[in-house]
Design a protein around this ligand. Structure first.
Ligand code: ATP
Ligand code: MG
Ligand code: MG
Ligand code: MG
Length: 473
């Protein structure tokens, strides 16, 4: 079953259950300045859950384009490392706005998976929020899932991949306990069942989250009950496609294979299993759709996230031997596989290619020199070592290497980055520039990495002086 057929079957199934089919909203949320990007299907319905917005329907279904590359849900650092995380993905979701609740949500999900998609029930595991006896009983007594495959899980803050059965869009906004459905890809794949110490692996993959929206969290962290209990669900199209196409990795599904082949063609790479091709295939989707939705590479906020993703993609191309702009040439291949579902992509194709090409040409001017410096410094370090933060700053400042890019390269050599020294160098330069009295401080940009964590260095609203200072700009 092709990804496009799965997408359609999901929409059709919930339409047959009285849900209104609602198109995907853009990646830049129109209704929420606190959110960097649309990170779930519920984002466009946020105000409907809180009761501030009214619709003509109480049941909706959508296939929502999402980006998780910043803010509360950030999977940028997982791309290239897990079989199941993307920066851009499509979330299939059904929603109830004060209509049905736990009972029907669980039954619909089970019916779709086991009768429409015909998944074998013994491969499905479920998790429920630790205290949610009601959900537990529905799964066990009504649906008939054996106790061995129902796992109770509480708030799991801090753990990197660990299941967390209390879902929230962000630090504020609608939230509630959830129940999740996992698929067991079999003993050939490493990893334990949800809730076990080795659940980080890719064997038991979370495919569908059903959130019982009950609260709205405010800035102070206080939870206010929503006017009516509601339902918000999300299933990753790429993950369910992997299941349906009998492959273990999302990167082996139809949609991704076309992009991986295109990336191989543009970088003249013979080995289709090369990890860099996966990263490029992932990033072309995020970058193209962000541009479609109005984001332009820049030095702050959303534009800087986009720039960082583009530069990471270029670096992977460089690693494969590319020495000139290649990334933008994959856009027509993307339009070929996703254009039918997203006509706006086809319409914007030329603009997307132009913007990417310009960004690539600019970075290709400095990447060679920057990589030379970075690699020779890395060579001098042992595994487990720490990369000099001053040098990371120089790479950022002079060669356009965002800190997360340097950290990503270092991570491949098992080296961390001295982010405190980076921050200090950044602060020093800002103080100097401030003393020159020529610029304003912009919004804080948050990024949490793996090898490194740094939060919120202020970015710059550039004028001529800063453009000169920041060769990046
Ligand atoms: P995981 O634990 O695997 O990181 P999650 O719990 O963060 O997933 P949810 O916020 O519950 O994910 O989102 C609902 C669904 O969206 C998930 O069950 C999964 O199928 C899909 N999904 C989430 N993040 C990604 C991603 N980065 N790439 C692809 N699909 C994703
Ligand atoms: Mg996640
Ligand atoms: Mg999860
Ligand atoms: Mg989840």
């Amino acid at each position: 079953m092709k990804s496009s057929a799965i997408r359609q079957s999901f929409l059709d199934f919930f339409a047959s259950k009285g849900h209104t089919v609602v198109p995907s909203s853009p990646l830049v949320p129109g209704n929420d300045p606190t959110l960097l990007f649309t990170n779930a299907g519920m984002v466009q319905f946020k105000d409907v859950f809180t009761g501030q917005d009214k619709r003509t329907y109480t049941r909706a279904v959508s296939s929502q384009r999402c980006v998780r590359a910043g803010g509360k849900h950030n999977d940028l650092e997982n791309v290239g490392y897990t079989a199941r995380h993307h920066t851009f993905f499509e979330m299939l979701g059904n929603f109830s706005f004060g209509d049905y609740f736990k009972q029907d949500a669980i039954k619909y999900a089970w019916e779709y998976l086991t009768t429409v998609l015909k998944l074998p029930t013994e491969k499905l595991w479920v998790t429920v929020y630790a205290e949610d006896d009601e959900a537990y009983d529905i799964w066990h007594n009504d649906v008939g899932v054996p106790k061995e495959r129902i796992v109770r899980i509480g708030d799991n803050k801090g753990a990197r991949y660990a299941s967390d059965n209390f879902w929230a869009m962000g630090d504020t906004g609608p939230c509630g306990p959830c129940t999740e459905i996992f698929y067991d890809h079999g003993p050939e794949v490493a990893g334990g069942p949800p809730g076990s110490p080795d659940e980080d692996g890719d064997r038991y993959i979370e495919i569908w989250n059903n959130v019982f929206m009950q609260f709205n969290r405010d800035e102070a962290g206080t939870m206010h009950p929503l006017p009516k209990p509601s339902v918000d669900t999300g299933m990753g199209l790429e993950r369910i496609s992997a299941v349906m196409q009998h492959v273990h990795s999302n990167y082996d599904i139809d949609l991704f294979q076309a992009l991986i082949k295109a990336a191989a063609r543009e970088t003249q790479t013979a080995d289709l299993a090369n990890n860099s091709l996966k990263v490029i295939a992932d990033h072309i989707r995020a970058c193209s759709f962000l541009i479609v939705d109005g984001v332009i590479p820049g030095n702050e906020g959303r534009g800087y996230v986009l720039r960082r993703i583009i530069r990471r993609a270029i670096r992977h191309g460089y690693k494969l031997g590319a020495r000139a702009a290649f990334f933008h040439r994959i856009v027509p291949d993307l339009a070929a596989v996703m254009g039918e579902a997203y006509p706006e992509l086809v319409k914007a194709q030329d603009r997307v290619m132009d913007i990417l090409r310009q960004e690539e040409e600019r970075f290709f001017e400095t990447i060679e020199h920057g990589m030379g410096i970075l690699e020779s410094a890395l060579k001098a370090l042992p595994a487990g070592g720490t990369f000099d933060g001053e040098l990371a700053f120089k790479l950022h400042d002079t060669y356009g290497f965002p800190l997360d890019l340097t950290a990503d390269i270092c991570r491949e050599a098992d080296v961390g980055v001295d982010t405190a020294a980076f921050d200090a160098a950044m602060a020093r330069q800002k103080a100097q520039a401030r003393a020159a009295g020529k610029f304003k401080l912009g919004a804080a940009l948050e990024y949490a990495g793996e090898a490194t964590t740094f939060h919120g260095y202020d970015t710059l609203t550039h004028d001529a002086t800063v453009l000169a200072l920041y060769k990046d700009g």
